[in-house]
Design a protein around this ligand. Structure first.
Ligand code: C2E
Ligand code: CA
Ligand code: CA
Ligand code: CA
Length: 275
């Protein structure tokens, strides 16, 4: 993962390297990678804080390179959005993720990231519901994560899409809560089942009294709206202890489990079932 990132960092520093050239190159490269189905999905578990059991897995896109490195999703999702490939890319990732998730024990949820752009495409809800049917995953086992920082849901179409999905049993999570373009007005209009508190808050909760107060307020706000609260980016035992005592329902982070390929996930699932 580091090697690809280094290349991009170097490229960014190299004044002779044009951003447009970079984008054109990646656009072309991504197009053929999608056609050849070279992208894949890793899964990161999230845990019910009280029972300490896995509640589900979040699908995270991975683009493996020949040298064994990965181009990070923060780069290629952005390219896909800018070059109009996001729907095609997402459909491929969704197929891979659903085909894995349908084999898991039925209490485990699949969380799948959706770009705000997709929410605005015509027939978004219908497409998702057609796909889950096609790939044999009950809609109740699917949760869509929307990133707040890119979220513009004022549009009637986007709101209708979310309502249609929820009617069909799909759950909606708001990702990276507390960053970006969040507004209470928006939250008051948007039906959500889950709120994911951004990892930057969790990282600073312990040292910074003001951050802790804000997290407490987010938790109480979320609970007031009837949402399940997730702490993202839990990396230490202390952080786990704190979020547990503040009343978070779900915890996710490197302390509890890193994103891993499907084979590792199946191994972990059978291990958990055996203990
Ligand atoms: P995200 O949805 O907020 O996903 C969580 C990111 O934080 C993942 O990075 C994950 O590996 C990382 N992470 C998890 N636990 C920890 C921790 O304890 N500490 C730290 N420092 N990081 C942790 P990743 O896989 O690089 O994904 C980055 C972003 O790319 C995601 O952020 C999401 O917004 C986007 N993304 C990934 N896959 C997809 C996809 O299939 N579709 C769309 N639209 N976006 C995706
Ligand atoms: Ca997410
Ligand atoms: Ca997040
Ligand atoms: Ca994030």
């Amino acid at each position: 993962q580091r090697r690809a990132q280094d290349l991009f960092d170097e490229a960014e520093q190299d004044a002779s390297f044009s951003v447009q050239e970079d984008l054109d190159h990646l656009e072309h490269k991504l197009r053929s990678a999608i056609a050849r189905r070279e992208l894949t999905v890793h899964f990161q578990p999230y845990f019910c804080v009280n029972s300490n059991k896995i509640a589900g897995y979040e699908a995270l896109a991975r683009w493996p390179q020949r040298d064994g490195s990965f181009i990070p999703p923060s780069i290629f999702i952005d390219v896909a959005e800018k070059t109009g490939q996001i729907n095609e890319l997402s459909a491929l990732l969704f197929e891979i993720a659903c085909k894995e998730a349908r084999e898991w024990p039925s209490h485990l949820t699949l969380s799948f990231n959706i770009s705000a752009l997709q929410l605005h495409t015509e027939d978004f809800a219908n497409d998702i519901l057609t796909f889950v049917k096609q790939w044999d995953l009950p809609p109740e086992r699917l949760e869509l994560e929307l990133t707040e920082s890119k979220l513009v849901i004022e549009g009637k179409r986007a709101c209708k899409a979310l309502a249609d999905l929820r009617d069909a049993g799909v759950r909606i999570a708001l990702d990276d809560l507390g960053t970006g373009y969040s507004s209470f007005l928006r939250l008051s209009k948007m039906p959500v089942d889950k709120l994911k508190i951004d990892r930057h808050f969790i990282a600073e909760c312990q040292e910074d009294h003001r951050v802790k107060k804000i997290v407490e307020a987010m938790i109480s706000l979320g609970k007031g709206l009837g949402a399940t609260i997730v702490a993202e980016g839990v990396e230490t035992e202390e952080q786990l202890y704190i979020v547990q005592h503040m009343g978070c329902d779900i915890a996710q982070g490197f302390l509890l489990g890193t994103p891993r390929d499907a084979q590792h996930v199946n191994h972990d699932i059978s291990y958990e079932a055996s203990v």
